[in-house]
Design a protein around this ligand. Structure first.
Ligand SMILES: [Zn+2]
Length: 175
């Protein structure tokens, strides 16, 4: 079952309902199998990854990644707080977006610094290993592995039951 590509999301392969996709650039951990709210049919959300199959992006274990996002946060805070203060001083009014973005900048600084500390202390490696184990656990269920494969996710043969692989090979030969 292939997905019908759409400009701002995908359509449910079962009922055609438009499903807003999570940001494709994001690399989220967890089962890619999601269920349509309308028909409850299964589909694959490409932002989610089975870590036991796809692995982690290398940036995850790089302490610089957190520091980079902290730097972006600082720039965001300084710029937006600056615009906010300037607007208040010169017009007494302000666009609500700037104080909001300034606060988001601060949050980004904290998240970045904490991430960097977690990489350095090894606590991040531990939590990623836990996520990998969860992924292995999910894939050990042959029904789950087959469903994931049927939905178009690249599942290596090692996770698929022998009967399924034989069946598949036969149907390929019969075509
Ligand atoms: Zn649906």
């Amino acid at each position: 079952m292939a997905h019908i590509p759409d400009t701002d999301g995908i359509r449910c392969p079962n009922c055609g309902k438009r499903i807003p996709q999570s940001d494709q650039k994001q690399y989220l951990y967890g089962s890619p199998i999601k269920f349509c709210k309308k028909c409850r049919g299964a589909y694959v959300d490409r932002s989610y990854h089975e870590i036991a199959i796809d692995g982690f992006p290398p940036s995850e274990m790089n302490a610089k990644t957190g520091l980079k996002s902290a730097l972006v946060g600082i720039i965001m805070f300084v710029t937006c707080a600056g615009i906010f203060i300037t607007e208040i001083i010169y017009s007494g009014r302000y666009h609500r977006i700037f104080p909001v973005l300034a606060v988001m900048g601060i949050v980004l600084v904290f998240i970045g610094i904490i991430d960097s500390i977690r990489v350095k202390t090894g606590s991040k490696a531990k939590s990623l290993e836990k996520k990998r184990q969860e992924s292995v656990q999910r894939l050990r269920d042959p029904n789950y592995a087959v469903q994931l494969k049927e939905l178009g996710y690249n599942v290596p043969d090692e996770f698929l039951p022998v009967e399924y692989l034989q069946q598949n090979r036969q149907s390929v030969m019969n075509q």
